[in-house]
Design a protein around this ligand. Structure first.
Ligand code: SUG
Length: 445
């Protein structure tokens, strides 16, 4: 049966700001306190979605979350009217308020781990929302993420949703950012690669010393169990702790795969030779292209700054592949040279497109962070909420929606403005109607 991949990109929410919340994420820390532009952030994201749609790909839209998160502030003891809660939280800690206002749900590569039906025991498409337990601002996401996923993938004949893993550091789970699937065709059984940064229980295993490793082995194993994957098509591999300490906070900052192409940095993994051997043994297709980038070609620093590996490799209608890169990759000489050699080399990737997603990049989110990939059969695609799939008409509607509701400048100080809360809820209420999501937000319940 024909299968396709759909990229569900996160729409940037109206409170997009730079608060320096993510220790270990170089861009997030270095741009803290800068002013953001939520309107252009959302429009940049929409432009990328539209361009991929125009390239003949299936493109979906993933709604943002309700922020400021008044419910979390109440849970933390702030009381009174919404305006009083915002003022008191700001007074107690502007960073705490910023955390409860973060638009971080835009990075849908962290929304969930997805296993296509070709890989699972019950032949359903499985979703587990990520608990994002390592960062407070991100740990606020999983419940609403699940609500939105269930509103997009409704039919339980095809789709199986799991509750996010227990939220604590033993089971830290970052979703698809630490999960790569290699396959011959999207509809054929693939190898699911789970990359973890440390063990949650075994303190003797190697681990980074400077920055946190967000994903644990035990979390990855739990997801594989929940999704009913067989050991024959699953690989668990540890990230090199040394690169985590250099700013590789998710594996999708250092590796990306699509079908039979696997692009990765030579320093990405702890034991690359063993990992490759296991992959080759488990990959069912004809030829697996290992595209290993050496440190001589691209240093870890350049990889982290340019997001060469946070690119999307997509399969076009003619079965050739294109790489969707941030403009930072064009502006970095060694990365640009590498991309030239990649697209002229002996592998299926023969085309590169650059996108300005700078508003997201300044928080450490490249093109690949902004999308959740879902490989589906045509029947499954037919069961997806159609109003979440991008069309020219939906694109026009969403651009108008952003232009109506979004500000073009936001500073941390602005987050306590009660008017921003009203603007944000008004926008999301309208959006949930445009995307036919029902009442996924707490303020609607
Ligand atoms: O979790 N940044 C996000 C970036 C996520 C990127 N996703 C992937 N690599 N898949 C994070 O660190 C920064 C927010 C702030 O500092 O305002 C932030 O949350």
């Amino acid at each position: 049966m024909k299968s396709i991949e759909v990229n569900f990109d996160g729409l940037v929410g109206p409170t997009h700001n730079y608060a320096g919340l993510s220790e270990g994420n170089v861009a997030s820390l270095s741009n803290a306190t800068e002013s953001s532009n939520p309107k252009s952030a959302a429009l940049q994201g929409l432009k990328k979605m539209k361009a991929l749609h125009d390239m003949g790909l299936h493109q979906g839209v993933f709604a943002p979350q309700e922020r400021p998160d008044i419910y979390s502030l109440k849970r933390l003891g702030f009381q009174g009217t919404d305006a009083q809660i915002l003022a008191a939280a700001y007074k107690a800690s502007p960073t705490l308020l910023a955390a409860c206002c973060s638009a971080s749900s835009m990075w849908t590569a962290n929304a969930a781990t997805v296993s296509p039906s070709a890989d699972t025991m019950d032949q359903k498409l499985h979703f587990t929302a990520a608990n994002l337990a390592n960062k407070f601002h991100r740990s606020l996401e999983p419940e609403t993420t699940s609500n939105i996923l269930k509103a997009m993938f409704v039919d339980d004949k095809y789709f199986q949703h799991h509750q996010h893993l227990n939220d604590n550091e033993h089971f830290g789970d970052e979703g698809a950012a630490n999960h790569t699937r290699l396959c011959q065709g999207y509809g054929e059984q693939g190898v699911e690669i789970f990359t973890y940064g440390r063990s949650g229980f075994n303190r003797n295993k190697p681990a980074p010393t400077k920055f946190p490793a967000r994903q644990t082995l035990e979390a990855s194993q739990a997801i594989a169990r929940l999704h009913g994957l067989s050991a024959d098509n699953t690989v668990f591999v540890q990230q090199n702790p040394e690169v985590i300490d250099q700013g590789v906070f998710h594996n999708d900052v250092i590796a990306v795969g699509n079908q039979n192409v696997f692009l990765y940095h030579e320093q990405a993994y702890l034991n690359t030779a063993l990992f490759k051997e296991e992959l080759m043994g488990k990959f069912a297709g004809d030829k697996l292209h290992f595209l290993e980038v050496s440190t001589e070609q691209v240093s870890i620093k350049d990889a982290v700054n340019s997001y060469l590996f946070n690119t999307q490799i997509v399969t076009l209608k003619d079965n050739s592949m294109a790489i969707i890169a941030p403009t930072h990759c064009r502006d970095n000489a060694s990365v640009y040279d590498y991309l030239q050699s990649l697209t002229t080399g002996d592998n299926p990737v023969n085309h590169v497109e650059f996108f300005d997603v700078n508003e997201s990049m300044k928080n450490g989110g490249g093109p690949a962070c902004l999308r959740l990939r879902v490989a589906m059969t045509e029947q499954e695609l037919g069961a997806v909420n159609p109003d979440c799939l991008l069309t020219n008409a939906l694109y026009t509607k969403l651009v108008a929606w952003v232009n109506t509701h979004y500000r073009d400048k936001l500073l941390i100080d602005d987050l306590r403005d009660p008017q921003l809360l009203i603007e944000s809820r008004t926008a999301l209420d309208e959006l949930s109607q445009i995307l036919s999501l029902g009442s996924v937000y707490r303020f609607q319940q």
